[in-house]
Design a protein around this ligand. Structure first.
Ligand code: GMT
Length: 380
């Protein structure tokens, strides 16, 4: 099939998932056309079946706000026509679903039918999409999608709760490529971070309020009172400066490293002992699943879709949002008990295997095949 994928090309979970999906589809012989304003960060491989089309947004002095959605819809039309696409798969509703609707209408006038599938990822529904400023367009463009998927049961339910959705939302959970984590941890790397054999805790996010990064630091402050430990803070975003200040206030700055955005997440995860994700909400928590694939137990909240991947006292621990006392206790309980840590590492890995790319990508292919002539679908 010839598939157009639209996503945010950043480190965010929706962009990561969309890019990994595109790469997997290309490996299976499909032609995959990424339509984004920048090369997606995980699109760091050469594959003859992958194409990248940059959305250029010309500026003009009259515009206070460059019309990105118009440029995106026009680029979609161009790629649909010139590469004879069979369907579009847009990740994150805003503004991708409405741009896809516009592109669909334009090519329909030219006598071409292009189905589009919208995958909902989280904040497009739970934070931004609900805002009155966007809601009518979000509701309309979701309903106009030929198929709608959500990355967790929780996100599907939240979408039905807050939007007047007239169609079935199919749940296709996020996935991870287990193979990528099947390598030896870099001992030298571990020694640089934790020279005296300290336990390594890790957090990775876009440092937005919804991530409650302050709770990572408070939890860690409790841990270092009980055992030698280091904390790696991966990513960047609006809360980062404040968090560096908080680390100083809590007198843990010598044990915490803020290392910014990282592309080699596998190597960092493989040397970690505990991944901390105390979010206010996660539709799924792809970062937690990637940690589990690297045999790292997860300490998370029980918000949103997190209970669909993290199993309390099995693959890690879950606490109520903001309960830093329990999070601190759970972290110490785990990190001071080598037997429990080894068991949870294994359980975390086994849980991640249930979300392996090999299990999930065929679900998307089955979905696509509903909208594509069988001769095209069989002849990838
Ligand atoms: O978490 C973010 O702020 C980024 C956001 C995104 O859209 O890139 O992540 C959302 O989509 C991910 C992939 O499906 C999910 O794993 C995250 O849980 C979800 N984030 C939220 O719901 C806050």
């Amino acid at each position: 099939m010839r598939i157009g994928i639209v996503c945010y090309p950043t480190f965010g979970g929706s962009g990561v998932l969309a890019t990994e999906l595109g790469k997997a589809l290309a490996d299976k012989g499909h032609s995959v056309h990424f339509i984004t304003y920048q090369q997606p960060v995980r699109l760091n491989v050469f594959n003859a079946n992958i194409y990248y089309h940059e959305v250029r947004v010309p500026t003009y002095p009259l515009f206070d706000y460059p019309p990105y959605e118009v440029a995106l819809a026009s680029t979609m039309v161009d790629v649909i026509n010139h590469h004879d696409l069979d369907l579009l798969h847009v990740h994150y509703a805003i503004p991708h679903a409405s741009a896809a609707y516009m592109a669909k209408q334009i090519v329909a006038k030219q006598g071409r039918n292009i189905p589009f599938i919208t995958t909902l990822h989280g904040t497009d529904i739970t934070l931004v999409g609900k805002d009155k400023t966007y809601e009518p367009v979000v509701t309309f463009s979701i309903n106009e999608s030929d198929a709608i998927t959500a990355v967790s049961n929780n996100l599907r339910d939240e979408t039905y709760k807050f939007f007047q959705i007239e169609k079935e939302i199919e749940v296709i959970h996020n996935f991870v490529d287990i193979k990528r984590y099947q390598k030896k941890p870099l001992d030298a790397f571990r020694k640089v971070i934790a020279p005296n054999g300290e336990k390594i805790l890790m957090h990775a996010s876009n440092f937005r309020k919804v991530k409650r990064v302050q709770d990572v630091l408070h939890t860690f402050a409790h841990v270092v009172e009980h055992l030698p430990a280091k904390l790696l803070m991966i990513g960047d975003g609006p809360e980062r400066n404040g968090m560096e200040m908080l680390a100083r206030e809590l007198h843990i700055e010598d044990h915490v490293r803020f290392v910014g955005k990282q592309e080699q997440m596998e190597d960092i995860l493989l040397i970690s002992d505990l991944f901390v994700l105390p979010s206010d909400y996660e539709s799924f928590g792809l970062a937690a699943l990637e940690a589990m694939a690297a045999r790292v137990p997860v300490l998370s909240t029980n918000a949103g879709g997190l209970p669909e991947i993290n199993i309390h006292r099995k693959t890690g621990f879950m606490a109520e949002v903001g309960d830093i006392t329990m999070m601190g206790r759970y972290a110490v309980e785990l990190l001071s008990n080598e037997t429990l840590l080894a068991t949870m590492k294994q359980e975390a890995y086994e849980q991640a295997c249930r979300f392996d790319i090999e299990q999930i990508v065929p679900r998307y292919e089955q979905l696509y095949s509903r909208f594509c002539r069988m001769d095209v679908c069989n002849n990838v």
